[in-house]
Write a protein that binds this ligand. Sequence first.
Ligand code: NAD
Ligand code: WQD
Length: 341
Amino acid sequence: MKKILVTGGAGYIGSHTALALLKSDYEVVVVDNLFNSSQESLTRVEKLSGKSLTFYQSDIRDKAALINIFKKEKIDAVIHFAGLKAVGESVLKPLAYYQNNVEGTLTLVEVMKECGTNCLVFSSSATVYGEANQPPYVETQPLGNPSSPYGKTKAMVEQILMDVAVSDPEIKIANLRYFNPIGADASGQIGEDPNGIPNNLMPFVAQVAVGKRDKLAIFGDDYPTKDGTCLRDYIHVTDLAVGHIDALTWLLKQEQGCCEAFNLGTGEPLSVLDIVHGFENFTKQTISYEFSPRRSGDLPAFWANSSKAQEILAWQPTKSLQDMMEDTWRWQSNNPQGYQN
Ligand code: NAD
Ligand code: WQD
């Protein structure tokens, strides 16, 4: 049985991926400093899967601690989620973002090389395409120049990992570029639990529905789109988690070193109003909203061409808009205070 280290595994996407790994009979070791998460997510992952995992509360930048974990656990492959992800905060605290996201990855890859672990799946983002590329984004387009320090860290790490792969014929890397992950495990037991006011659309909508927030502000109604609001490619977090298993399976089969990027999205652009009305329609909740000025840095529209992941990884998203809305609501209504319940 292969043993997988999941950095940032207590977080939103990490916990869903840890669950998918356990369900697929991998052994799971999680390293998370719990800066933006709760260990309760992992307790629930163990209950849902009926299996146990090993947890270390540790920072990936602590090289000595990481080496000890690798030596003790004999890790076969790494899925690397750990990092900071708030776009707006990254403009105010760029050093924290470069330090956590870039230095954290450098330390992790150094330790992997020192300990002979060659397989890495990295959490990248659609934001690496920047503003110059036209949607649908496809992996043959060049890396762009993302507007936020957060986005720049993702593009920088991808570049670093490509250089590492060129220098080391043994190393095998998949850079997974997520579009807009939403939803929750169908059990309603694990989900997205942001600290403070949510930055992202879906958790904000869910918190309005549960009565934690009064009203959604929709940022802009005059974009050149079908209804004036921005278009995005929303992808169910369980489909995304399965994408990691598929990438891992593919990497573990490769006989030669590689570094490949894969888009993970549905390819179907939806507007902010599609999400609001979809949520209302499928959950029978009413969402109060008002239009407000555009948010700085938002692009009018982007979505994925995910043919490469479908052809090479045999990955296929299976969840519908209805699943995304119902599962979000099941998680939020069962856990109005997130993991603090
Ligand atoms: P999250 O904040 O829920 O999870 C990240 C986890 O990493 C948290 O549990 C946090 O405590 C941990 N962490 C942060 N820095 C750490 C460090 N130095 N050492 C150890 N643990 C650390 O975020 P998420 O939404 O699950 O995102 C996971 C990854 O996917 C991130 O790298 C993010 O940039 C990337 N991503 C997320 C989205 C999205 O919309 N959620 C989209 C594209 C890419
Ligand atoms: C979606 C749409 C907003 C909140 C970000 C990162 C990206 C990736 C995913 C990590 C936009 C609108 C939002 C609100 C709103 N993350 N909106 N009111 O900006 O597409 O992508 O998360 O890599 O890198 O940039 O996602 O959920 O913030 O916004 O009207 O209160 O919802 O303007 O059109 P975004 P989002």
